[in-house]
Design a protein around this ligand. Sequence first.
Ligand code: GDD
Ligand code: MG
Length: 363
Amino acid sequence: MTSTETSVDDVQAVILVGGKGTRLRPLTLSAPKPMLPTAGLPFLTHLLSRISAAGITRIVLGTSFQSHVFEQHFGDGSKMGLSITYVHESEPLGTGGGIRNVLPELTAETVLVFNGDVLCGTDVRSIIDTHQTSGAEVTLHLVRVTDPRAFGCVPTDSDGRVTAFLEKTQDPPTDQINAGCYVFNRSVIESIPEGRPVSVEREVFPGLLAEGRHVHGHVDSGYWRDMGTPEDFVRGSADLVRGIAPSPALQGHRGEFLVHDGASVGPGALLIGGTVVGRGAEIGAGARLDGAVIFDGAVVEAGAVIERTIVGFGARIGPRALIRDGVIGDGADIGARCELLRGARVWPGVKLPDGGIRFSTDV
Ligand code: GDD
Ligand code: MG
């Protein structure tokens, strides 16, 4: 069977969106990670459009933290031609518990499960295709990365069968990792223990392998990025803007920058490196934005320099400030000439006076 023949009629998709997004704080204090604007759209829109492009329309969101935000935005999904339902965990049940918890919503025999924070170009039909061809009970999408230690390390044998699942090991035996997308036969989901936290990575997959069950790997080399850290979020957003990361939701947009409706850009301002300027944001004259992610309503004053940094909703960056590799919380106010360098995180609403923090002694 080729991927164009893959049948998706009896496939439903589950997206896990119940994490707290702690590594993206303070932005995730006010919005869940999958709802943060990425190239101007909530991140989840990119994933939903990719699932929809594969012809899968029945989607269940497994929510916990800030669940109402998802439903408020996507509703029943009909605007996107989808049918979306929501299952809430009042206490987070973990990734495996989250999958088990949506079982009452599942009518299909084949269930695609996605981590809700992965930007990826792989055609989901090709993963289902591998699942159907190999006859496995579970198929994992796998990619190769330079440092596997932050991920689930997943070695396979010469037939593509998964031989181990080692979540966040310091001593990874291969560079092949779990890309955060799985195909499950429904019966496997039924066997996950109910009503208690379960990790699919630390309990379900190792358990299946210990029982000698058939878990298969679908390895490919398309675009892939977990958006969970500020560094990756900034890179992923810029890659979307520049067309390096594909998203059906952006309808082929490709350029050095993206400026949304109602935003203004002053004379001589330079926008490069996949910079995105949100709705109603204001960029002052001569400002330089390189790989910047400016959320809606933020203000960047004249001559400020912003590199690889996320500026939250309604925040203000004062004249000639320099921010590099930082995260500025919603509504924060950074005074003129402040310098915030690598790793700086400013909490929402915090006000820094003019020249209040500097890394150099010149005035
Ligand atoms: N419903 C629900 N309930 N969802 C959850 C819960 C929960 O208790 N905990 C986490 N999630 C969701 C998160 O919202 C996210 O979309 C997804 O599950 C994965 O959680 P992360 O916190 O982003 O995990 P990670 O990035 O450290 O690691 C995972 O992803 C890697 C690939 O991106 C693991 O699956 C790794 O094995 C994998 O390599
Ligand atoms: Mg993640």
